[in-house]
Design a protein around this ligand. Structure first.
Ligand SMILES: *[C@@H]1O[C@H](CO)[C@@H](O)[C@H](O)[C@H]1NC(C)=O
Ligand SMILES: *[C@@H]1O[C@H](CO)[C@@H](O)[C@H](O)[C@H]1NC(C)=O
Length: 766
């Protein structure tokens, strides 16, 4: 982050004759060392000198902080000596005269003034008016606010006149000690009638930052700026689009500045002290840099994710963190049947490059028009007010998207996807899933005997089965409650059968007879992860390397479910007992897709039926029934921390506090002692940086707000790339210290063991 200081400015002390006055009349002048001071003593105008060449300029600065120059008159024509004079010419214009150079600068008054007066107002505006024709509606014949340098003061406008092309923008200084116009400008862009601010690097014709378009309430890509330090005002009419801000607290001296490195800053001085406070800077996080992720990708926590339905153009570069090549479609779209739109929420909308805008349409009409025009790749509301209105459609690559935090009131983006990407249409011809009859299953499981039962979960019981061929299978007998109809069940099973990945338990067959719904899976010799990691003796088997491999394996399985498979599957019950281990301790996710069978196959949304397990459920899911890919990420984070610590989240207890495992981990991490949470039995085998990285990634996954949690692809990337600087996790969801006395009793380990085995199926959660 770029912090600026003005310490290298060499300001010649303003000797002696300080004008107490705030104005300059007809026959007077100001020379070096003399100044005008605004009546409330905030601003001062005079000559100042800086730089190696001792150039001198006429400027305005804060009287309490003379280094803070907010306006410069002769940026392009500095004086090489200290002999400059500010006075009036015959036409009544302000001029800077110099014995060597003559007139080096002049105000451009709209008419000839008979008795001109120049006055420095309390706002920092230097204005020129005619005492001769002073009347109540007299406007200034010239004002410095119409000619911004690099600083926007309260009451000053940045504007654009779409009719005449008149533009007022900020132009950075060339360097910290050279006020001449530099390479960066910050200006209003008005493509398609939607204003947005952009910082442009002129010498290379490149945008470096944009605020995102105005949506009626705010610029979509930056936080809502309203604060005591500045209330933004946005005016849009046929002849003027303008932006300014007001400050209502007289003790705050705010300004917006484009510094010489192209960073836009909101700066505040408090109560007439030179102590500077940098409130905001753009760009400040890597995702603010224009187009960082290339085309069709979203920047989140410094990393890039392809939009669903797109993949990296150069996967090799992408894998090593070079995202500039962007993403292209996995399956081309061509207006064929079944195409639809994928909703992306809380995102800085793409740049307005190839777009159309129709303010009269609503979202539904927008969708209809976009879906009929094959070159329309995405659409969104243009205005958020009154529930949303207007239709913005994009026709080219989607550039410069950023995942935002939940505070922003911004519109969702809908991106066109092919039918198969949306998971609506899947060909079933090639699947041959063996159908077993009930008699075969009964004999394989000794008639579902208790002795053959492996475990009991919310979706039903699992038995060990020995087929007549000698093959061992796991037999899942689905519970009868709230089952779908037969056809739907078959369809879902066929869909699930298509999900094949080395980190998912393979589905071998099924059995449908009468009321019975049975699924046959490959048998896993080492049962499930919870039998190993939470057991004092068996956990010794799991060295750090093995645990690390298990973590990566689970993540790969999840990546497949979330992103790489034809269906997008949210697991919704990821937990240690659903991670099965084969003979070589390879992890395989089980029970995936069952949430679909159990009648809740919405892609994301709200459900009244909360399926899941306490301890692994994200706050938004447990409390509001809101599920999404990010609720799976939360569960994955819990699992990760459990694998590292060897302790259950639910039922975790600590002698000195009543936090759960997540909060405990977060407190240790914040204290720089994350390693202390590691399972003691790992001390002989661990890799410090890997363990620490896993803990931090785990904490990123369990953050309270879903939009803060990384996608699974970024999660894997962060775990595997030791060179990467990880973001700081915010506090985890459910960061509450339980009252021991009233806790649910789950803090005793023996108790929680049984509780944790039972998957919760809660009807009508709230
Ligand atoms: C300025 O000087 C001129 C010429 O000396 C004189 O005529 C005029 O009255 C003066 N104006 C003021 C405002 O003093
Ligand atoms: C799709 O929209 C673009 C932009 O408005 C337009 O130029 C093009 O003619 C449209 N195509 C069709 C087939 O309507």
């Amino acid at each position: 982050m770029v912090k600026i200081t003005f310490s290298i400015f060499i300001i010649i002390p303003k000797i002696g004759l300080s004008f107490a006055a705030d104005f300059l009349g007809m026959n007077s002048s100001i020379s070096h060392g003399e100044t005008l001071v605004s009546s409330d003593q905030t601003f001062e105008l005079g000559f100042f000198t800086l730089g190696n060449f001792n150039m001198s300029y006429l400027g305005i600065w804060y009287k309490f902080s003379p280094d803070t120059v907010v306006w410069v008159a002769n940026r392009n024509n500095p004086l090489a000596d200290h002999k400059g004079v500010l006075t009036f010419n015959n036409a009544g214009n302000l001029v800077i005269l110099n014995r060597l150079n003559g007139v080096v600068w002049s105000s451009k008054s709209s008419r000839i003034l008979q008795n001109p007066i120049a006055q420095l107002l309390d706002s920092g505006n230097l204005v020129l008016w005619d005492d001769f024709v002073l009347s109540s509606d007299e406007t200034y014949s010239w004002q410095s606010f119409d000619y911004p340098s690099d600083t926007l003061l309260a009451g000053m406008k940045l504007l654009l006149n779409p009719k005449t092309g008149l533009e007022r923008c900020l132009t950075a200084w060339k360097s910290m000690d050279d006020p001449s116009p530099g390479d960066y400008v910050h200006r209003l862009n008005y493509n398609q009638g939607l204003p947005q601010f952009e910082t442009v690097q002129l010498n290379v014709h490149r945008k470096t930052f944009r605020t995102g378009q105005w949506n009626g309430v705010q610029f979509v890509g930056i936080p809502n700026l309203s604060s005591p330090a500045g209330v933004p005002l946005f005016v849009q009419s046929e002849t003027e689009i303008s932006f300014m801000f007001e400050v209502h607290d007289k003790q705050l001296f705010s300004r917006i500045k484009l510094n010489s490195l192209g960073v836009l800053q909101l700066l505040v001085n408090r109560s007439r002290t030179a102590t500077l406070n940098v409130k905001l800077e753009f760009p400040s996080d890597p995702c603010d840099f224009y187009g960082r992720c290339g085309a069709n990708a979203i920047c989140r926590c410094s990393l890039c994710e392809c939009v669903k339905g797109f993949m990296p153009k150069s996967p090799d570069k992408w894998a090593v963190g070079d995202f500039s090549s962007g993403c292209h479609r996995t399956i081309p779209t061509n207006c064929s049947k079944g195409e639809g739109f994928w909703k992306i929420e809380v995102v800085k909308l793409p740049d307005l490059l190839e777009v159309t805008l129709d303010r009269r349409m609503n979202l539904k009409e927008c969708k209809d028009v976009c879906s009929k025009n094959c070159s329309c790749v995405a659409y969104a509301n243009s205005d958020v007010r009154g529930g949303g209105s207007g239709c913005l459609m994009w026709f080219g690559d989607l550039i410069d998207m950023k995942a935002l935090e939940g505070w922003n009131r911004v519109q969702s983006l809908y991106v066109r996807l092919s039918a198969s990407e949306l998971g609506l249409e899947i060909t079933k011809e090639d699947i041959d899933l063996p159908l077993y009859d009930l008699a075969t299953i009964k004999s394989a499981t000794s008639n579902f005997s208790i002795g053959n039962m492996i475990r009991l979960g919310g979706f039903g019981a699992v038995y060990k089965g020995n087929l007549s061929t000698g093959q061992l299978v796991a037999v899942k007998r689905l519970s009868k409650s709230s089952m779908q109809g037969l056809e739907e069940f078959k369809n879902e099973v066929l869909l699930i059968a298509q999900l094949q990945h080395r980190n998912l338990v393979g589905l071998l067959g099924c059995c449908i007879e009468g009321e019975e719904r049975i699924l046959l899976y490959e048998y896993m010799e080492n049962k499930s992860l919870n039998y190993l990691i939470f057991d004092q003796e068996k956990s010794l088997l799991l060295t750090w390397q093995r645990r690390f491999d298990i973590i990566i394996g689970i993540a790969r399985g999840l990546l497949y479910l979330h992103q790489d498979s034809k269906l997008q599957v949210i697991h919704r019950d990821l937990k240690a007992s659903n991670i099965l281990l084969d003979g070589d301790l390879n992890p395989k996710i089980s029970d995936f897709g069952l949430a679909r069978i159990f009648g809740a196959n919405e892609k994301e949304g709200r459900t009244k039926r909360v399926i899941g397990t306490y301890g692994y459920m994200s706050p938004e899911y447990a409390m509001d029934g809101k599920f999404s890919l990010k609720s799976d990420i939360y569960s994955f984070g819990v699992l990760l921390l459990e694998i590292v610590s060897g302790k259950r989240n639910r039922g975790f207890s600590h002698p000195s506090h009543h936090h759960n495992l997540l909060s405990h981990a977060w407190l240790l991490w914040s204290d720089g002692r994350a390693l202390e949470m590691m399972d003691e039995c790992l001390h002989s085998s661990f890799d410090r940086t890997q363990v620490e990285r896993c803990i931090q990634v785990g904490l990123l996954c369990v953050q309270k707000f879903p939009e803060d949690r990384p996608a699974i692809s970024s999660t894997i990337y962060m775990i595997l790339n030791s060179g990467l600087v990880l973001p700081k996790p915010k506090e985890p969801g459910f960061f509450i210290e339980r009252n021991s006395k009233y806790s649910d009793g789950a803090s005793s380990k023996s108790d929680s063991h049984t509780q944790n085995l039972v998957t919760l199926t809660m009807l009508e959660g709230r």
